[in-house]
Design a protein around this ligand. Sequence first.
Ligand SMILES: Cc1ncc(COP(=O)(O)O)c(C=O)c1O
Length: 388
Amino acid sequence: MRLVSDRSDVQPFRVMQMLDLVHRRRREGRDTIMLCAGQPATGAPAAALDAAEQELRASALGYTEVLGDRQLREEVARWHSGTYGVQTPADNVVITTGSSGGFVAAFLAVLDHGDTVALSCPGYPAYRNILESLGARVVDLVCDEATRFQPTADMLEALPAEDRPRAVIVTSPGNPSGTIIDPQELARIARWCEDNDTVLISDEDYHGMSFGRPLATARQFSDRAVVVGTLSKYFSMTGWRVGWLILPDELLTPVENLQASLALCAPAISQVAGRAAFSEKARTELDGHVETYRAARRVLLDELPKIGFPRFAEPDGGLYLWLDVSHVTDDSEAWCHTLVEEIGVAFAPGVDFDPVHGHRWVRLSLCAPEEETREACRRLGEYVNRRS
Ligand SMILES: Cc1ncc(COP(=O)(O)O)c(C=O)c1O
């Protein structure tokens, strides 16, 4: 009997496999520095923990409204409007099970089987895996140093007629690149999408984390754009599994109906805790975490060239640095596994993010404390020296 569908034949998510390996090593008491995952080590802000503790005793924790806890929707809307000077009505915010849950609902609401979606390459692998399993066709926008690893409106304009996409996904700050799309370029992309009947899906999961460059939301330029956000990154609440979509009016009912069947609602306790994560007190705590990412970034920018790794995308924000390792390997997956075994340092192999060139790249996370990041560089330098 055949149990497995053809559509489930998607690539493994190698970063998660590496993370499992780190967990296993740590369980066995083996020292491992984790630079593979984009996961804040800090945990939820104190205000969110207090709110969760109280709610746990006080409430039966049933399902929330399908579109999400009203107060949390209002907090997201206030934060988004206040940060970017846009009008974001709480009615257009939908709370989802991590932004991952939001992507599935948004893709289902926007795309029909066989529709084309343009993605930057390198890019976040789950988009491709979800889209392919849903029967969408992915077109790569190949990005390199020339555009700081981000797509441009010119790239969209240059697509042949048969590749004109139904939707475009942009991610800024990027994963794995850590680069930010300049607001003027995001405006051009948004205009191109409106002019070409293409839905712009803007993954803004890493907003709140810029090291200096201005960050724009797609809704500054188009109220037809779908914006995706999360508590997993800046808000340091990864395992609580809360994200959101900010949707144009027409998509609200389709997403509500899909979400009602896909998830019923996002986790109730996490939504209550999430409200408190937007408070001023929590934001001060969270801004402090961004300073630790900035410090880790500084260590990598200083140390990597010294130990023989001078080519990388300089992170403008977010949690990653995309590193060229082509002079030491043409199999970054095997290389990452060797590094974990031999020096106890875990990087993410680039093949997840770029199926064509990723075997010559790795992604480093900025989430480890400054001293661990420095130690990882020291071990890597020593390892490379030993072998040369
Ligand atoms: C670009 C990007 N989008 C979406 C996600 C999914 O995040 P979550 O489901 O935790 O909100 C991630 C996770 O790393 C990511 O890097």
